[in-house]
Design a protein around this ligand. Sequence first.
Ligand SMILES: Cc1ncc(COP(=O)(O)O)c(C=O)c1O
Length: 427
Amino acid sequence: MLFWRMKKFVIKSIYSIKMKLDLDFIRNEYPSLREDYVFFDNAGGSQTLKRVMDKVTEYYMTSDVQMGGTYSVSVQAKERVNSGSAQIAQTLNAKLAHEAVIGGSSTALIRLFSIVIGKTLNAGDEIIITNADHEANISPWKNLAEQGIVIKTWEFNKETFQLELEDLKKLMTEKTKLVAYCHVSNIFGTIHPAKEFNAYIHSQGALSFVDGVAYAPHRLPDVQDLDADFYVYSIYKVFGPHLGVLYGKEAHLLRLPGINHMFIANDDLPYKFQPGGPNYELTYALNGISDYLQAVAQHHGMEASRPVREQMQFAYDLFDAHEEALAQRLLDFLNSKESVQIIGETSANKDIRVCTIAFVVEGRYSPDIDAKVAANNIGIKTGDFYAKGITKSLDLDQQGGVVRVSMAHYNTFEELERLIAIFETLF
Ligand SMILES: Cc1ncc(COP(=O)(O)O)c(C=O)c1O
């Protein structure tokens, strides 16, 4: 075990030494980035890879049939769709490809799973939600109160802007069946210690349901390492098509009732949770994301013979270093302004936060700042981002919520300087 860990560390170190992300190479992969528009609302939705678009076209051009036939085009269509879900399962580091359930969005998938999980619970059972989550991971669970499930709220610490384990410990009882929380809040940007949370949740006999939507565009998820029971994210925020993916441990997926046609077998995973089947062309296009991550790794010197997951991790390591530097520049600027309060961690350390940065300016209505920036062909956003528990609890609604600059690995320092120059004129 120790030997393998050391080997992994040595390989990582060899490839990472002074390697900088080649942004020309990266940006060339995104057709929309060839325009003179700056996208800093990436937590809302990322730009899409050309490789993904090409796969959609390829599917329509050569596999546009129903799956399940014995004729060759149908056989190929099935293989293509399955290959897309297998690739996204690998991105999650799921042990088994059929542990990845594809759906229209994270909201849709969480709703669906709240219904099937709810069917296995009894009145008096407890579910813990948070006030730091996007509504997608709150309302579906709250709705289970209608069947007598007790819903408790794990509140974030207003000083640290984090969910803290000590607070969870005060809420959990032997009746707690599930804890639904975010790996990263889409406003604070702070990375929660999900592995530690899950270990505690399991020690109390409950399951974890982790919203990884704000994490996955910035760090490569690893559901096995986190020991998550369920983990969900939105693929359209991770450079891909408008889909969501939900990982569930095989044992849970087998135990839960399906939500597809009644005759679909219980062990027909993930189909029993995909009523109507997944969107074929978009699922096939998921291959474009893993192709991209491998191309990035190889462009930066990693051999194509390395395991795919290792290549993905190397690409993300390059992204993370660049994103940390961008976050540092923006946070340095914001921290230097007395009128600015950062709503989240003030350090750029990549082990602590992602480059989704929210703030308010004293005495300023946040949407006014947004409007001035938008007039300069730069997209940022203001509001509550459906994380209404945060803006309510911090009393920010009257101010129009927070200003959020959410960067991605393809953003450049030139773009950031353009934004900072506008901010300089505003506060
Ligand atoms: C943290 C978080 N969770 C969930 C969602 C909902 O994702 P989707 O749009 O895929 O339903 C979002 C969307 O912005 C989000 O930021």
